[in-house]
Write a protein that binds this ligand. Structure first.
Ligand code: URA
Ligand code: ZN
Length: 358
């Protein structure tokens, strides 16, 4: 059974050259003292020469991706553009850049047939018609198996009714939506000492809570009642959704406003959506989080990932085994008690089936 990485990013050279031409977030900052720095998160945009994070060749080089894969025993990668995707492009440019990026990804995968597939990127700042047209177009690209999506939607989040045409196209085309965070939480929640704590608060907490809120808004607005076939792969094992599902379900059942509006009758339970519409990646770095993911969605809906090129070893040597990868594969082993068939399914078998990778 192949090992498959469903959460692995790339900034293709055509995207990094766009970032190099910019001086507002997102951009690449050529630091006079600290090399090229990737500045993408709202909180990273300071005046420090070490703002953001170093951008190594592994962020954009496909040969680095392939050697990372062979070093970690990964047979197949499902690539996705990393955050913040094309969310920031002026509307008039988004459609053409999306086509270029998606065609480029497809061509890259075509150079390594069977080894690389990808999640496409949608031009979210363009019109709904353009987004739907790109959805229909990428569904016909040979190596595309879904789309990666942030939480901002058309600007008002994923519970925006204007997205219905997009959900419909994605469901009809059998494209999995890989839902991934970028914006985190408002900076104030991290407090005045946030600067002392590096990236820990936004990445460990801001990202997963952003995903949890985004998917809960989809649940509350009835997306999964209107589009019963829609399939969503949640990054980072669903943020905190598996842990909070019971509380979300109970808050709905006890909400007088929803009851008065008739919004409780006829709705699907959170548990049902988790079991039928949600896939979870296994990027949570520990056994308890992974067990919660398995409990709510089933090990048949869980897929291994690495989040490469993020979380590299802190030392100089990127060619060693990555701790971040080891933590995730160890968690799969221990959460499943070493059950070989289930471990193989999570490490690759599920992805082969769900994403049609054979
Ligand atoms: N940091 C990011 O900005 N994106 C990721 O996917 C992981 C870490
Ligand atoms: Zn990621």
């Amino acid at each position: 059974m192949p090992t498959v990485d469903v959460h692995t990013h790339l900034y293709p050279p055509l995207y990094t050259s766009l970032l190099r031409s910019r001086t507002t977030v997102p951009y690449i900052f050529p630091s006079p003292t600290a090399g090229d720095r990737l500045v993408i998160l709202p909180g990273e945009d300071t005046s420090s020469p070490t703002r953001g994070r170093p951008i190594a060749p592994s962020y954009h080089s496909i040969s680095h991706k392939l050697s990372f894969m062979s070093r970690h025993g990964i047979d197949i990668s499902v690539l996705s553009l990393a955050n913040p995707w094309l969310d920031w492009l002026p509307p008039a440019e988004a459609g053409s850049v999306a086509r270029e990026v998606n065609d480029d990804m497809d061509a890259t995968c075509g150079q390594h047939p069977g080894k690389l597939f990808f999640f496409a990127t949608l031009p979210l700042s363009a019109s709904v018609e353009e987004i739907v047209a790109e959805t229909r177009r990428v569904a016909r690209l040979k190596y595309c198996r879904g789309v990666i999506l942030g939480t901002s939607g058309l600007g008002n989040g994923l519970d925006d009714a204007r997205l219905d045409g997009v959900w419909q196209a994605l469901a009809e085309e059998n494209l999995v939506v890989f839902l991934h965070p970028h914006y985190g939480l408002p900076g104030e929640v991290y407090g005045p000492r946030a600067g002392e704590y590096g990236h820990v608060l936004p990445l460990a907490l801001g990202f997963p809570l952003e995903t949890t809120i985004a998917v809960t808004r989809m649940l509350l607005s009835g997306v999964f009642e209107r589009f019963e076939r829609l399939q969503v792969l949640l990054a980072h094992s669903g943020g905190t959704l598996p842990f909070l599902a019971g509380r979300i379900e109970s808050c709905i059942l006890h909400d007088g406003h929803l009851s008065k509006e008739g919004k409780i009758e006829g709705r699907r339970k959170v548990w049902d959506v988790l079991r039928k519409n949600i896939y979870l990646d296994a990027v949570i770095y520990g056994e308890p989080g992974l067990k919660a993911a398995i409990d709510v969605s089933g090990s048949d809906r869980l897929m291994f990932g690495t989040d490469h090129p993020f979380f590299p070893p802190l030392g100089e040597d990127e060619d060693e085994e990555w701790l971040s990868v080891k933590l995730n594969s160890q968690a799969v082993q221990s959460a499943l008690g070493g059950d070989k068939a289930h471990v193989e399914a999570v490490m690759g078998g599920n992805a082969v089936k769900i994403l049609r990778l054979s």
